[in-house]
Design a binder for this molecule. Structure first.
Ligand SMILES: [Zn+2]
Ligand SMILES: [Zn+2]
Length: 332
């Protein structure tokens, strides 16, 4: 199969021919149709996450067809379209796994980081961690739901029933969350890089009642803020924008250091928290919800061999919505 491979951090992915993977116990062999590009892929490429597999095939928003089954794999019939998310394995035995918090399992392994992912024509996955996908979505449009959508949903849920929600960093996750929040009757305030007027117009088009630069204060105090951009300096800015009793949720896996700030910004019973990974329950919940909103994703397709260009577009804020690798020519 052909694949894009990361050999060493901070180097471009290499286009290579490698042997097809073999499905092991409980695994399915998948022919990849599409794989969305996530900001976490940039953190993997940049060597910002500990204990990666190397070399690694990135990609954890995989839309694929089941074409083979390893010993004991019986969950999906051949030909089924499935999604493979970031969470690729958990121990099933620890106190986190046994209390509905498998996203925090210390033994967890992650797709496209510790397990080879979807920047390839084929991959294997533990069938217990694959999702059946909602029928109404084409392959390219459903791919970003598998991380941007899922993590965005978990992040939004952590903000509770906030009436006014700020979103810092209006990328793939934000463009989905804005639709979900608006459908729930919440008011969305979008914060982009200062001067990014196209990004602000995009946010308004998706239902934001206000859009501005990240250093601006919104016209009204917020009840919650979700931070998707990996910039620690946004944390005090977001705390400043939320009202007493408000919550700031960091949705990313990696962030630059948070600068020190006066206690006054946190005082008044404000909460600052993060979101880590996903549980399978999050996935089932969100994939059932998305068609009801209905969430519509905006995608920019790239051929597999242009994964480096897709990552670069994401890094430089050139995308509206999500970049998606169109891996199979018959992806719809
Ligand atoms: Zn566990
Ligand atoms: Zn992701």
């Amino acid at each position: 199969m052909r694949a894009m491979i990361l050999e060493a951090p901070r180097t471009p992915l290499r286009w290579a021919e490698v042997p097809d993977p073999e499905p092991g116990e409980g695994q399915v062999l998948l022919r990849v149709r599409a794989c969305a590009v996530c900001r976490t892929d940039l953190h993997v490429v940049d060597g910002e996450l500990p204990h990666p597999k190397r070399p690694i095939i990135p990609g954890h928003e995989i839309v694929a067809e089941v074409v083979g089954r390893g010993p004991g794999a019986t969950r999906f019939a051949l030909g089924t379209r499935v999604g493979v998310p970031w969470l690729g394995y958990t121990c099933g035995k620890c106190r986190y796994c046994l209390s509905g918090r498998e996203n925090l399992c210390a033994e967890a392994r992650f797709t496209g980081y510790q397990l080879d992912g979807g920047y390839a024509e084929s991959c294997v996955a533990d069938e217990r961690f694959c999702f059946p996908l909602p029928e109404g979505y084409p392959d390219l449009q459903v791919a970003p739901l598998l991380c941007a959508g899922l993590i965005g949903h978990r992040t939004l849920r952590a903000a509770g029933d906030a009436e006014r929600i700020g979103i810092y960093g209006f990328g793939a996750a934000a463009h989905i969350v804005a639709q979900e929040a608006t459908a729930r009757g919440q008011k969305v305030y979008a914060f982009t890089r200062p001067g990014d007027e196209a990004g602000q117009a995009f946010a308004r088009r998706l239902g934001a009642v206000w859009a501005g630069g990240s250093a601006d204060l919104p016209p009204e105090e917020l009840d919650a803020a979700l931070i998707f951009a990996p910039a620690g300096e946004l944390v005090p800015l977001a705390l400043k924008a939320v009202a007493r009793g408000g919550t700031v949720v960091c949705g990313g896996i990696h962030m630059s250091d948070i600068p020190s700030f006066p206690y006054e910004l946190l005082w008044g019973e404000r909460t600052l928290r993060s979101i880590a990974n996903l549980t399978r329950k999050d996935g089932e919940e969100f994939l059932a919800l998305a068609p009801k909103v209905p969430v519509r994703t905006e995608v920019q397709p790239f051929p597999l061999e242009q994964a480096n260009e897709a990552l670069s577009a994401l890094r430089h804020g050139k995308l509206h919505g999500a970049a998606v690798l169109q891996v199979s020519p018959d992806a719809r």
